[in-house]
Design a protein around this ligand. Structure first.
Ligand SMILES: [Zn+2]
Length: 256
């Protein structure tokens, strides 16, 4: 039996028979990992009820020689995120982020940067000093880059002209072409974005995470960027996350 330890964030859990849970985690060292937590369903004492969605956990687990599902041996709470858990909107954002990671990432591929990103945004969400929507924009734009699905933000994704050189008044989101189209290529009925919003998205996508959050978004820019990403991400992921529907309902359907 080989034993390993990791820092992790719980993405999902499902019941397995009458006694056990299968937990899926994003770890710092091993990427996404599914483990069987024996007796966790039957007895809350076994893991002290801490195997909750988006909980930050220090874990140890073991793999048998003959393969099969690895077994969760110990788990302790690294961060309880009390503010997220008592705020239904914050919970919806956290649920959306973990669902994105779980949907996109396959097991067995180390993704330390993605782990750092999720850990960072959950901590900031719990601190409660940054707007939820700004954190979600940061998470989505960085997630898209790590997943190799970044939108093209510097050039028109149709005619490839620079979005910065000309007077661009009516930029438009165009998910199928992978980003934003220029005034000349835009048409009626799409989601329009200001050049300012596009530049702010570029800023959020680069460099140090803490530094990226120093940017000031106006409310219209936050709304534009939110609409853009919450349509772009499902389009390129190939499915609409369930948690995104919940998020839209909670926000009162202002962003579609
Ligand atoms: Zn164009």
């Amino acid at each position: 039996m080989h034993k390993s330890a990791a820092s992790s964030i719980l993405l999902r859990r499902v019941a397995y028979g009458d006694y056990d849970l299968i937990v899926t985690l994003l770890t710092d060292r091993f990427g996404k990992l599914s483990l069987i937590a024996k007796y966790a369903k039957k007895s809350t004492k076994r893991f002290a009820g801490i195997l909750e969605p988006f909980a930050a956990l220090n874990i140890s687990f073991s793999r048998g020689r003959r393969g099969g599902l690895a077994v969760l041996q110990e788990a302790s709470l690294a961060s309880p995120f009390p503010r997220i858990r008592t705020d239904i909107l914050a919970t919806a954002y956290a649920s959306y982020w973990v669902e994105l990671v779980d949907t996109w990432l396959e097991e067995g591929h180390p993704q330390e940067q993605l782990y750092r990103l999720l850990d960072f945004t959950l901590k900031k969400l719990d601190q409660g000093q940054t707007e939820h929507s700004l954190l979600s924009i940061l998470f989505q734009i960085r997630f898209l880059r790590l997943a190799g699905m970044s939108p093209e933000l510097g050039r028109c994704s149709s005619c490839h002209c620079s979005l910065e050189d000309k007077r661009q008044e009516r930029l438009m989101a165009d998910h199928a072409s992978g980003g934003i189209v220029c005034s000349g290529c835009s048409h009626e009925g799409g989601l329009h974005l200001s050049l300012g919003t596009v530049k702010q998205l570029q800023w959020l996508g680069r460099g140090d995470l803490d530094q990226a959050l120093r940017i000031r978004f106006s409310q219209p820019s936050l709304d534009e960027a939110t609409s853009f990403l919450e349509n772009f991400v499902p389009y390129h992921l190939g499915r609409s996350p369930k948690s995104l529907k919940v998020l839209h309902q909670l926000r009162g359907g202002t962003v579609t």
